[in-house]
Design a protein around this ligand. Structure first.
Ligand code: GLP
Length: 250
């Protein structure tokens, strides 16, 4: 049995992920059902273990499956999927809190990908990137300092847009037809540097929250790498956690 097409430009792991995702979404696989083991998946799809691992990681990061160390991979409960955090923009986050989002543009430019940026965006070193730095405002008060990078070829006209009053996610979706799908996000506490303190109107050394986000398109390509510094006194991050039910952990 082979469900991958090597002539298709869609990466093999994405094809495998989509194959299992379909089975979960159409109910062929139910919450708590176990997926075949890695070795079986390699044989079934005729791919390497690395590709299978990537596909399972992608299913897990979409909340479709849960991995239990030493026991295997199981279809997640539907409620778990509903409870997953939504991939929202700053503008949407603020409007959910009843605040008006805004931005003060600090810089916008085209740069060439450094090794670190190339790795984070899955592009080649030296590739053209769009880089935008903004202070994000909530009801006109500075809340976060945000620097975002996008591959230039995905949204070449972005720098010509009004980036102070428009939502970038909205532009990417409406103007460039990009379907933002999932993001991996890291949160880390830190202390404000001199520059951050100045821009966020806080004191040097005040607590801040560093957030890093890598956003992917539906077909798996990385579209955004963002680094934000949020004021620790104004921002709270809400995460819903669900204890695995006996059904999903058997
Ligand atoms: C959040 C994310 C950023 C993203 C931004 C887009 O702040 N952390 O990664 O770039 O939203 O916000 P907007 O669409 O309001 O410009």
């Amino acid at each position: 049995m082979q469900h991958v097409n090597r002539d298709n430009p869609i990466p093999l792991y994405v094809q495998i992920k989509d194959f299992w995702k379909k089975k979960i979404e159409n109910g062929e696989l139910q919450p708590g059902d176990q997926l075949p083991g890695e070795q079986d998946l390699c044989e079934q799809h005729g791919v390497s273990r690395i590709t299978v691992k990537q596909a399972i990681n992608a299913l897990a990061s979409e909340g479709l499956v849960i991995r239990h160390q030493g026991r295997g991979t199981f279809v997640a409960s539907r409620r778990f999927q509903q409870d997953l955090l939504k991939l929202t923009s700053f503008t949407e986050d603020m409007s959910q809190r009843g605040l008006i989002a805004g931005a003060r543009l600090l810089s916008k430019q085209i740069i060439l990908a450094t090794p670190e940026l190339a790795k984070n965006l899955g592009v080649l070193e030296g590739e053209k990137l769009i880089c935008i730095e903004r202070v994000r405002l909530a009801d006109n008060e500075p809340l976060a300092l945000e620097i975002v990078y996008f591959p230039y070829d995905l949204c070449p006209g972005l720098l010509a847009e009004d980036l102070q009053s428009q939502s970038i996610y909205n532009l990417l979706e409406q103007k460039y037809g990009l379907i933002l799908h999932v993001a991996e996000q890291f949160l880390e506490p830190s202390l404000a540097t001199r520059r951050e303190a100045l821009l966020l109107q806080i004191s040097i050394g005040d607590p801040v929250l560093l957030i890093e986000r890598i956003t992917c398109l539906k077909e798996g390509r990385r579209v955004e790498y963002a680094k934000s510094v949020y004021r620790g006194d104004k921002y709270r991050f809400r995460v819903l956690l669900e204890r695995p039910t006996p059904n999903t952990s058997k």
